[in-house]
Design a protein around this ligand. Sequence first.
Ligand SMILES: *[C@@H]1O[C@H](CO)[C@@H](O)[C@H](O)[C@H]1NC(C)=O
Ligand SMILES: *[C@@H]1O[C@H](CO)[C@@H](O)[C@H](O)[C@H]1NC(C)=O
Ligand SMILES: *[C@@H]1O[C@H](CO)[C@@H](O)[C@H](O)[C@H]1NC(C)=O
Ligand SMILES: *[C@@H]1O[C@H](CO)[C@@H](O)[C@H](O)[C@H]1NC(C)=O
Length: 178
Amino acid sequence: MALESKLLLLFALLVFSFDHTAASKMKSKVTRMQFYMHDIVGGPNPTAVRVAGRSNFTGSNPMAAMFGSVFVMDNPLTATPNPNSTVLGRAQGIYAMSSQESEFSLLMTLTYGFISGRYNGSSFSVLGRNPVMSAVREMPIVGGTGIFRLARGYCLAKTYSMDQMDAIIGYNVTLLHY
Ligand SMILES: *[C@@H]1O[C@H](CO)[C@@H](O)[C@H](O)[C@H]1NC(C)=O
Ligand SMILES: *[C@@H]1O[C@H](CO)[C@@H](O)[C@H](O)[C@H]1NC(C)=O
Ligand SMILES: *[C@@H]1O[C@H](CO)[C@@H](O)[C@H](O)[C@H]1NC(C)=O
Ligand SMILES: *[C@@H]1O[C@H](CO)[C@@H](O)[C@H](O)[C@H]1NC(C)=O
């Protein structure tokens, strides 16, 4: 083997072993948390409002009629189902009615930001499909900020109670981060 080739190989090995050590030094942590989200659509102080969609809902299929509606939400997150309990943070973002066949489902694009407790100042973001009529909905976590920097994970959402269109949703969240 020519000297240059040998040097090149040695260099490649060094780069590889350096990368390997650097990567293994970044230990990932697992955070699990539980909270409740309050989604208020009716009444004088809604936390979720419809901002766009087709203006003329016609036809007999309500699913097809709602298809295309877009909502902006700013929902409080609490530690217990009681809406008067301490607000841990807020889920802010946009969701859209994205299914016109089969099940009723939403595309969620939300950031869950914390304003108190041990995660104060940190956030994680969810992007995924939410088939709201299913008992448990799994949604992917695609990133985060603060202590959840470089996070990935998933959340399991389950409707705790429903009053007209207003809902309290229980969340179990698992985050992998550094
Ligand atoms: C409203 O309904 C009419 C008649 O069904 C249809 O031609 C029109 O495209 C609809 N408009 C919208 C914005 O959906
Ligand atoms: C929350 O507080 C409001 C206003 O003080 C009260 O009317 C309501 O009953 C409380 N709800 C619960 C579940 O404690
Ligand atoms: C959350 O963090 C902010 C910014 O660091 C701070 O001002 C605030 O007092 C904290 N809130 C709680 C409830 O710890
Ligand atoms: C979250 O976990 C608790 C047990 O720790 C369980 O009772 C609850 O049903 C779970 N909720 C969801 C949405 O998976």
